[in-house]
Write a protein that binds this ligand. Structure first.
Ligand code: IPE
Ligand code: IPE
Ligand code: MG
Length: 294
């Protein structure tokens, strides 16, 4: 029996889902699944049982997302900081992750799992990768930009989350997707993760819909500003080149346009070459990791 697909929405849930789907829907939701231990304490069950129910809740939440047409979900399952917990808790979480995630993978579902993750680690790693690109001669220092850093993150294949949900009433990001959520709708909900319901998700989507136009505007403005800044930098470079060649910087508009075009085409070529090399480097690292742990 399928773990995710079993069980459909109730008639009332389906009715409300159809209403909400008439508005702008998120394409990608990120969850900080928090509150498993408090749940275990509240229900007087073992801590491991709280974590186990937390994993089960993830499967249920993915089913709701599928039913709502939300095609991408990212979850914070274990942070690097969580290694500081007791050995028995960490071992228990690793066992659960092995068991439950392999079951989720069998169902081919769309899920990004952040495990042994922190955002600052991800960002510093991306910076190191760009420095490596410069060192290898694949990149020019002037290629370094926010948009390149974005492409070096582990999330480079996904759109940034539309909504970030944290359960358990804690109002902090705990080093999760700090870069990717600057224009996301942040929703903090008091419910403990194993008790999360369809209606909690519904409420989060409503909040997103109420803020949608402001968020969209902020995203568009940010994208435009980034383009404008890049163009300004390119124009300054072309001016410098022309002056170095003894030409008048503002003289020939056609020449300036041609130079600008060449500059951005060459950058694009370098960036693509670097990203391909980076992908190979990462695949190689993963393959070596697989061999070492086999
Ligand atoms: C989240 O629940 C799960 C993990 C961090 C692995 P917690 O274990 O943090 O539970 P609380 O927040 O202490 O209740
Ligand atoms: C955040 O929860 C990490 C995960 C949910 C995996 P924590 O419970 O570990 O975070 P803090 O310590 O309360 O910030
Ligand atoms: Mg917690």
């Amino acid at each position: 029996m399928s773990w995710i697909k079993e069980g459909e929405l109730s008639l009332w849930e389906r009715f409300c889902a159809n209403i909400i789907k008439a508005g702008p829907m998120p394409k990608h939701i990120a969850f900080i699944m928090d509150g498993n231990r408090r749940y275990a304490k509240k229900c007087q069950v073992e801590r491991q049982e709280g974590h186990s129910q937390g994993f089960n809740k993830l499967a249920e939440t993915l089913r709701w997302c599928l039913n709502l047409g939300i095609l991408e979900v990212t979850v914070y399952a274990f942070s690097i900081e969580n290694f500081k917990r007791s050995k028995s808790e960490v071992d228990g979480l690793m066992d659960l992750a092995r068991q439950k995630f392999s079951r989720l993978m069998e169902e081919q579902c769309f899920l990004n799992v952040c495990f042994a993750y922190t955002s600052r680690h991800e960002i510093s790693n991306a910076v190191r990768e760009m420095a490596w690109g410069v060192e290898q001669g694949l990149l020019d220092p002037s290629d370094i930009s926010e948009s390149l850093l974005d492409k070096c993150l582990y999330t480079n294949r996904s759109p940034h989350p539309d909504i970030l949900i944290r359960t358990s009433g804690e109002v902090r990001l705990s080093d999760f997707l700090l870069w990717q959520t600057s224009h996301s709708c942040l929703v903090f909900q008091p419910v403990l993760w194993p008790e999360y319901t369809f209606w909690n998700l519904f409420e989060a989507i409503l909040q997103f819909q109420m803020n949608h136009s402001v968020l969209q505007k902020a995203r568009d403005m940010y994208a435009e500003e980034r383009k404008r800044q890049q163009l300004e930098r390119d124009q300054a470079t072309v001016t410098e080149q022309l002056l170095r060649e003894g030409l008048q910087a503002s003289g020939d508009a056609q020449l300036r346009r041609t130079r600008l075009h060449k500059l951005s085409a060459r950058r694009e070529e370098r960036v693509q070459g670097f990203l391909q090399a980076l992908e190979l480097k990462r695949a190689d690292w993963l393959a070596r990791l697989g061999t070492a742990s086999a």
